[in-house]
Design a protein around this ligand. Sequence first.
Ligand code: PMP
Length: 378
Amino acid sequence: MTAAWLSDVADRTAAAGLHRAPIARRSGATEVNLASNDYLGLSTHPDVIAGAHAAIDEWGTGSTSSRLVVGTVQAHIDFEDDVARFLGTDAALMFSSGYLANVGAVTALAGRGDLIVSDTGAHASLIDGCRLSRARVVVVDRGDHEAVRRALAERNEERALVVTDSVYSIDGRLAPLRELYAATRATGATLLVDEAHAIGVRGPGGRGLVAECGLSGAPDLVVTGVCSKSLGAQGGLVAGSTLLRAHLIDHARTFIFDTGVNPAAVGAAHAALRVLVADPGLPDRLLANARRVAAAIGADEPDSAVVSLIVGDPVAAVAAAQECRDRGVLVGCFRPPSVPDGTSRLRLTMRADIDDATIDTVAAVVRDALAGARIGAA
Ligand code: PMP
């Protein structure tokens, strides 16, 4: 019975061109990888690898329990202190992933009887946090800060939380953070900003869009982030006041009931942060590279590492991505339900550690692949 039901769903998914499969990267592969979130190329940086090794040598391969039992080692604390210093907040707390940081922060900050205002660009982890919170959730169009303000002003609930990505993950565009923060300040609400795609990318020295907007350390502002993108490691972050950190330790279930993130990830992320602090021009190189490839493939000028090129038809988008792969260029391919119907796209995630000649070769491959896929789909 179960098998029949599952195979029906599989058939329908495949017929819609929406079947997915993880593809293993080969060890020592030589492709140009523009599908990853390794924006600064730090996942293979010698200092970052050495940071992971040193942490394993000192603390072992696992953190061995929840952070609240014996799973916290000094490496966690030292990293959290440096993250807070980097982001200009009083404190920070590390989770096992960005996904868990968002779910934990949202559910710890809003519950039954509260209001959450989210938007149509919010990452799945924020959406899942909203669902798990049991708060009333209002979803507005992405970027519509007036609608956010209205929802906050018209609420009956005393407590309200607004959640948003600062750089939207699908197309790399920027949220109106200043306006959103003003709306929350005017109405006594809290703003939670997911800087997953902004840290290491936007703001002074890669300190994020919050810093770029002059909001570092602002009251009632919660910043979440990831170690899995520009820092090339793994783990999630929540940064804000010391009271916030203490509250999350007491109430964030994804912190309390999850094994502490492993020392190697902490050591790698910390080393990556040091590389970024020592080379604050890295984000500028990344953005210049993103703009170069976008211009060459006819995509709109990007605001971040994400270069999004709408193909439309999901089958054509998959065919174009496959053709790029066959020619040694890995690019992302987004289809419904990750994006609205009719907006399937190639998504190139640029990196800082790539030269102009390689970017130009990539652009030629993408242009050819798109031309071929569109003819095939016509
Ligand atoms: N927030 C955003 C905006 C993301 O894009 C992602 C990762 N895709 C996450 C959170 C989750 O982070 P992680 O992969 O570290 O769990």
